[in-house]
Design a protein around this ligand. Structure first.
Ligand SMILES: Nc1ncnc2c1ncn2[C@@H]1O[C@H](COP(=O)(O)OP(=O)(O)OP(=O)(O)O)[C@@H](O)[C@H]1O
Ligand SMILES: [Mg+2]
Length: 380
């Protein structure tokens, strides 16, 4: 068994300095790792003393290290680099960028949210689709990757079931545009038996890898991944390919379902994927005359969130329009924005942006420029 310090270092490799596009361990920004009775003290030297980046890196360090079972508390000591240190790190970052020439097409600063659960049918796909759209409605650049290679449902839910992915001149797959999202799914590839057979011959993790390396993804703020039911290879593959990936665990209010969901959380720990929060779906049903029925029990989401020490990011009520929206190809947050379920989903998206804000992949000045540009576009 590796020492806890070694595993902390491993976990810290999942923290990317968005400006430099490499992980903070490789960049030599981690100056100290100490563990005393469940409390980890991490010293990080940053290139920037202010700017929102600082908070972001600090929060990322905390979340990644807290994902280790033996760590209960994380103290982050942030120091600023000297100008010599800065110069050295910049050249290291450039060297790194060449060395790692495109491990995947996902920009290192993209926030990756894997919507997971321990069992099938709890609403991963419905929530993935609606959360992705709700994030895009906030003006963010959002991709949706359907990692449910055999059981894909994203194309139908977005009304693009008959659309097919095409390749660009560089033989890369171009994502399909739907409801403001860049979408990739095996459901958009398979149109004849031969192709279906070809995909069946691939391992699931291999298929995921292809979707990350052979797709011409634009620079995204968020990549939402609709995970297949259950735990296993695909989670491991994801964390290997995208060290910045984090999970939202979807569960029902039923308490008996907790064992399954906590298995996912275990998987998250082993693959260094932190859990951002728990999302409870199918949380009761309110009739038109206001009567409330707790059809699938109550308290399961909060209980799991407490167990994992993460926030409950929302409770989505049962809503027959979710089923209808899924079949009609227009997500609920667009078709019925005033419904309680849509409002709850929009709120979860807001919560996620607070918990893992879009990476500041530019300097503060460039960001202000982009804002001004956006305002000019709106006013013209
Ligand atoms: N809040 C909700 N209210 C009503 N129906 C819902 C709700 N959430 C999901 N559903 C319905 O439940 C079914 C399962 O949902 P969904 O396909 O999103 O689950 P999943 O976890 O992705 O399933 P799988 O594990 O098979 O991929 C769908 O028919 C969907 O329309
Ligand atoms: Mg699904």
């Amino acid at each position: 068994m590796e020492s806890v310090e070694a595993r902390i270092e491993q976990a810290l490799r999942g923290v990317i300095d968005p400006e430099l596009g490499a992980d903070i361990v490789d960049l030599g920004m981690v100056k100290r790792v100490e563990v005393d009775d469940g409390t980890a003290t991490i010293g990080v030297a940053l290139t920037i003393a202010a700017c929102p980046l600082r908070d972001q890196i600090e929060q990322d360090v905390k979340r990644k290290v807290l994902a280790l079972p033996e760590i209960r508390e994380v103290l982050v000591q942030v120091t600023a680099m000297t100008s010599d240190e800065k110069a050295e790190i910049m050249s290291k970052a450039r060297w790194k960028a060449r060395e790692d020439a495109e491990p995947t097409m996902i920009h290192p600063s993209t926030r990756v949210i894997a919507i997971s659960s321990g069992k099938g049918g709890v609403g991963k796909s419905s929530t993935s689709v609606n959360l992705a759209v709700a994030l895009a409605q906030r003006g963010l650049r959002v991709g949706l990757l359907d990692a449910d290679i055999w059981g894909f449902s994203v194309p139908r839910m977005l009304g693009i079931g008959s659309v097919r992915l095409e390749a660009n001149d560089d033989a890369q797959i171009v994502p399909v545009q739907a409801h403001g999202l860049d979408v990739v799914s095996t459901g958009l590839l398979i149109d004849d038996e031969d192709k279906a057979l070809m995909w069946r011959g691939l391992m699931l993790s291999k298929a995921l890898e292809q979707f990350l390396t052979d797709v011409a993804w634009q620079t995204l703020d968020y990549l939402v991944i609709d995970m297949p039911p259950g735990t296993g290879d695909i989670q491991m593959a994801l964390s290997r390919l995208l060290p910045q990936a984090e999970m939202v665990v979807v569960t029902t209010p039923q308490r008996a379902a907790q064992k399954v969901a906590s298995r996912v959380a275990d998987m998250a720990r082993r693959s260094f994927m932190p859990v951002i929060g728990v999302l409870e779906n199918m949380s009761g049903f309110t009739t038109e005359d206001g009567r409330h029925y707790k059809l699938f029990g109550e308290g399961g989401g909060q209980e799991l969130a407490d167990d994992l020490g993460v926030p409950l990011v929302g409770q989505i009520p049962l809503d027959p329009f979710i089923v209808e929206a899924g079949d009609s190809g227009v997500p609920l947050v667009i078709s019925h924005p005033d419904s309680p379920a849509a409002a709850a989903l929009v709120n979860v998206a807001k919560r996620l942006v607070e918990l893992i804000p879009p990476a500041e992949d530019e300097t503060c000045t460039a960001r202000i420029d982009r804002l001004i540009e956006g305002l000019q576009r709106i006013s013209s």
